[in-house]
Design a protein around this ligand. Structure first.
Ligand code: AMP
Length: 291
């Protein structure tokens, strides 16, 4: 596996393959890799990519003041081993000063979708995400890129950016990969103590409750939100940031759930912020954004 840290080298690596008509696939990550990240390579393979790569970059411009940028887990050598094992061809690990040199001032802002859910609590976060993804696209020039639905709002925002700016990258989306007890895999799970970890299982439990609750009847969002909050509140460790029921395409709140809605949750367990989501309703198709 080629480890590439410099922007010009990354460009020439990709160009070499693209010239030959090969399909280059990219999984953008912040590292501390787990099965959730690795599953996205299957999505790229399904999309016919034959040169597979990841980027590992803890992106400073998507963290707000007081968030965990400095403490975000970094595990480069283990990450490289995992990537090698699954047959990754290259990993791009750029240096922050190369991507954001002094004087940097151009950002991508996906305006409406960024206002909802996490956007209300993390000012500038999605602007930081959209900007780094755009930069990775222009440097790596992937044929296809894969993103996880665990970060549903992020996936929707990138999908919108690609559409709005006519970006020539095929997007692939992977389902949320979970631990045996249902907790969504996340690099931040390693911050959790064992009692935190137990409390965290109430997140998937509450999603599953809502899924069942909405399976064969129209339900009011208020009832769903109350039920989810009740399950989460069984554990004193959990502080709820939001529980919302929204339209899965616009992220606007909905009053009732008939066919399909997105239930999205953000909580703090101690200082660790966790998010999760599920499609609920009577018609819970797995496909996203009509793709
Ligand atoms: P991150 O390193 O957290 O920025 O995540 C990199 C990519 O992996 C994003 O597209 C995430 O949505 C995706 N991802 C993270 N956790 C999971 C998971 N448990 N299941 C599926 N995809 C995930």
């Amino acid at each position: 596996m080629e480890i590439i840290r410099e922007i010009p080298l990354m460009r020439s690596y990709s160009e070499r393959y693209l010239h030959k008509g090969r399909r280059v696939g990219l999984v953008p990550t912040m590292g501390s890799l787990h099965q959730g990240h690795l599953s996205l390579f299957d999505e790229l393979r399904k999309g016919g990519c034959d040169v597979l790569g990841a980027s590992i970059f803890v992106n400073p411009i998507q963290f707000g003041a007081g968030e965990d940028y400095d403490k975000y887990p970094r595990a480069e050598s283990t990450d490289f081993t995992l990537l090698e094992e699954i047959g990754c061809d290259f990993v791009f690990c750029p240096v922050a000063d190369d991507l954001f040199p002094r004087g940097f001032q151009s950002y991508i802002d996906v305006q409406e979708l960024s206002k909802h859910l996490c956007g209300k609590y993390r000012a500038g976060h999605f602007r930081g995400v959209a900007t780094i993804v755009m930069k990775l696209f222009t440097i790596v020039r992937p044929t296809a890129a894969a993103f996880g639905l665990k970060d549903y709002q992020q996936a929707l925002i990138i999908n919108q950016m690609v559409r709005d700016l006519n970006i020539d990258v095929e997007l692939r989306f992977g389902q949320t990969i979970r631990e045996d007890d249902g907790l969504a895999m996340s690099s931040r799970n390693r911050y959790l103590s064992s009692s935190d970890r137990m409390a965290a299982t109430s997140i998937p439990q509450s999603l599953e409750w809502a899924r069942q609750y909405c399976k064969d009847r129209i339900r009011s969002s208020m009832e769903i939100i109350d039920g989810v909050r009740r399950i989460l509140k069984q554990f004193g460790e959990i502080t709820i940031q939001y529980v919302e029921v929204v339209d899965p395409e616009t992220l606007e709140p909905v009053e009732e759930v008939s066919e399909r809605a997105l239930l999205a949750i953000a909580v703090y367990i101690g200082k660790t912020r966790l998010i999760d989501n599920a499609i609920i309703g009577t018609d819970r198709k797995d496909e996203l954004f009509g793709m």
